[in-house]
Design a protein around this ligand. Sequence first.
Ligand code: ACO
Length: 399
Amino acid sequence: AIDINKLRDLTGVITIDPGYKNSGSCTSEITFLDGEEGILRYRGYSIEDLAEKASFLEVSYLLIFGELPTAAQLEDFENNIRKHSLVNEEMKNIIDGFPKTAHPMGVLSALTSALTAFNPKAVNVDNEKEMYEAICKTMAKFLVIATWTYRKSMGYPLNYYDNTKGYVESFMQLMFKLPTGPYAANPVIVNALDKLFILHADHEQNCSTSTVRMVGSSHAGLFASVSAGVSALWGPLHGGANQAVLEMLEEINKDGGDTDKFLAKAKDKNDPFRLMGFGHRVYKNFDPRAKIIKKAATEVLETLGVEDPILDIARKLEKAALEDEYFKSRNLYPNVDFYSGIIYRALGIPTDMFTVMFAIGRLPGWIAQWKEMRENKEPIGRPRQIYTGHPLREFKSNK
Ligand code: ACO
């Protein structure tokens, strides 16, 4: 592996690369991405294999610790997450302070940051046991508060993690269990969600992950770094695109389903409208996750017996865009967000929770990247600039 600290000696010249289109910020052993070929692998395993054969917690363990867990390791991981799943009751006062209409991503970012108030001790990253506990704590509490943002927006009482259930099943219970009566999650839904979380779990140095690494590089704690990642993910050019896709498809549907009209808008350089869910900074080919999700969306809708005109519009739009010279010449293909919203919608998850779903899936990736950054003893992230402002000016008040 390259010693990142040694690279510092070679950086005498400042390069300008807005958006870091060609700048590597680190070396990493976590995720391999080939945008030209449309390949995605976590720790050397293909995304197709993992989505088909592994569970979300297994993949989380793989990303964070580098190898697939044994049965005993997985059980211990799951049990430790359960152990940490209680969230301080005072956190509820913080939630109560938000208006019901607050966007769940804003609430999630604030609550994640607020967890530092109840877990103030800085984790010694050189201590394996402390790191393990901090990781399990984050996996547990983040899931609980993520669902609380939904319960709050609905005005429902808050639920607790079910220690007899798996991670994804418990998520369903946290979200949807009513105060009275038992709750059994539909296995088709649990399976689809497991897959969706796996597909979102890591994607090398994307905007939110780079943010987590950058914030963590100042030795800010895991909760503070993850909270910053949530804010970065929220934007419509990143994770917020899944909400924007569904809103766009709904708008097309309401407008009579004329996909050509919206395609023309997306191509019009005087119109700020972009085809949401299309294009990617790195993929210049099919996003391999989009292929898996498209198939899963069809399966989920069929199994649940849901007929959704939005799926037909999405298919029509995708086909038209893929045949269009504008999209072809710019290598614009559907990305992970194009079909995920259709599944979430079929599962009864409201649109403004879509990006929270993405955040739950991305959490193990953020943790793995934060851990790797600290273990590699990376220097504080501090880009340079080329100053283009005024030269020295004499102070004369404008008052
Ligand atoms: N619709 C219409 N035109 C597009 C789109 C789109 N969705 N995406 C890119 N283009 C065009 C641009 O206008 C530009 O055209 P030009 O060369 O004529 O100026 C060209 O394609 C290149 O686009 P850039 O914006 O330079 O590409 P960049 O790598 O900076 O942006 C991004 C990538 C942000 C994903 C962009 O494709 C986009 O805005 N897509 C829609 C939002 C979206 O789906 N985001 C989710 C990304 S995946 C994720 O975060 C999980």
